[in-house]
Design a protein around this ligand. Sequence first.
Ligand SMILES: Nc1ncnc2c1ncn2[C@@H]1O[C@H](COP(=O)(O)OP(=O)(O)OP(=O)(O)O)[C@@H](O)[C@H]1O
Ligand SMILES: [Mg+2]
Length: 503
Amino acid sequence: MADDASDIEPKNDAADGGYRVLARKYRPKDFSDLMVGQEPMVRTLTNAFETGRIAQAYMLTGVRGVGKTTTARILARGLNYKTDTVDKPTIDLKELGEHCQAIMDGRHVDVIEMDAASHTGIDDIREIIDQVRYRPSTARYKVYIIDEVHMLSTQAFNGLLKTLEEPPEHVKFIFATTEIRKVPITVLSRCQRFDLRRIPAADLVRLFSTISAKEGVEIEDEALSMIARAAEGSARDGLSLLDQAISHGNGHVEASAVRAMLGLADRTRIVDLFGHIVSGNVKAALQEFLAQYEAGANPVVVLNDLADFTHLVTRLKYVPGGAEDVSLSEVERARGQEFAEAVAVSALSRIWQMLLKGIPETENAARPYGAAEMVLIRLTHAAHLPSPEDAARRLLALESSEPQSHPSRPSASPQGGGTSGGASARAGSAQATQASLPGHRRRSPCCARRPPRPLSLTPQRPHRPKRHRSPSRQRPARRNRRRHPRSSRCRTLPTFVPSTARR
Ligand SMILES: Nc1ncnc2c1ncn2[C@@H]1O[C@H](COP(=O)(O)OP(=O)(O)OP(=O)(O)O)[C@@H](O)[C@H]1O
Ligand SMILES: [Mg+2]
């Protein structure tokens, strides 16, 4: 029953009846494989299993392709681990246990995998709640793996709460999600949470190099670095790219092939382009950019790579060990260090700012090539500008060498006295300001003779014309109104006079 762990390797392609992509073929099968980039989580789980503190529910979160589903399956395997000699939950899964192969293939009867993206409703959760009462058929624990759990409806989440809080002792829940914020806090508080990190490029390079060797494929170091960088921390993204590169290269993967495949610019040439920018050589920069464009580089990718290199150079100024990153090429490492010593931080941060503004501009432009060229021209032109400190220093030097009178101040006009000339100039400018203000009425020539009212920043009360009452409706002024005695205010009925009396 207990075979060697290597037996868990996927069956070869021919036996499988078809090609199995690298991401599936090399899915980690135990915690030692998963150590790639996820050491903190593995360490916590190791300690928890060793001390018997096994939680009833786990929440695994992280970006795509960092190992959430894989971790869930390995956990299920560890919980139900049983060999001839070991019969307890463990994370030491070197040997293949009784249930291991079935769990890793996703076909074990007691390890139920549910995709919450397609089973979102309360009915699906009700089914789970009804089933948890029954003991597992062959394994130690009944394990429910709910993938993409954030897709469950609110009602479904609420339906799960009670069972999640106090599940039967033979039940464990493992949830996986890419969007932890969509999971209600009530659910989160009942789970032990693990955040799976993006896998560092250096770890990805090592992983891809091992897999390439196992596949019997020669791959250039630079090609590996490019794939690792393009994967952005996701092992699955990187393995899919590696698959594609291997098919492309037919047994030997060259950096140029990967570059063409990814639409990337040559990193060495990016370094050259950066050199032309900081030396202010517009012509050389544009020629270099054109050459890269003709070789198939995407203008937006060129600008992004320039931003990456700017970041690297700036970082190297403060973190000397930063150049030891294995995902960097030799040229980037050596020349990056040179630039870090030669270029000022203010110039680097200006390049960075201009690139941050230029990249979205190029992305949204109808002609990305033209837009990227304009960004490069701006960048190269800015290399000749003084830094803010230099500019301030030069201004100070200029001011101290100048005569006292300031040329920009209004001087005495030849027609009038100095003071009146200045005043009239100020009045003129005030008028000009008033005239240019929105909604300001043009003043009639007679008003123009009057000195203009000073501009007020406080809002003026709008003019309301007085209401005129017609003379008949006019009330007597308050002081003229007669004060009637109290009795006169009471209503008196008209006295009835008989008609005979009137006569
Ligand atoms: N830490 C890792 N070490 C080695 N390979 C890994 C690691 N994480 C992921 N992989 C590879 O990526 C593949 C996909 O991993 P998995 O399905 O676990 O990702 P996921 O986090 O569930 O992604 P998604 O959010 O897209 O579902 C695995 O089959 C494996 O080949
Ligand atoms: Mg998954």
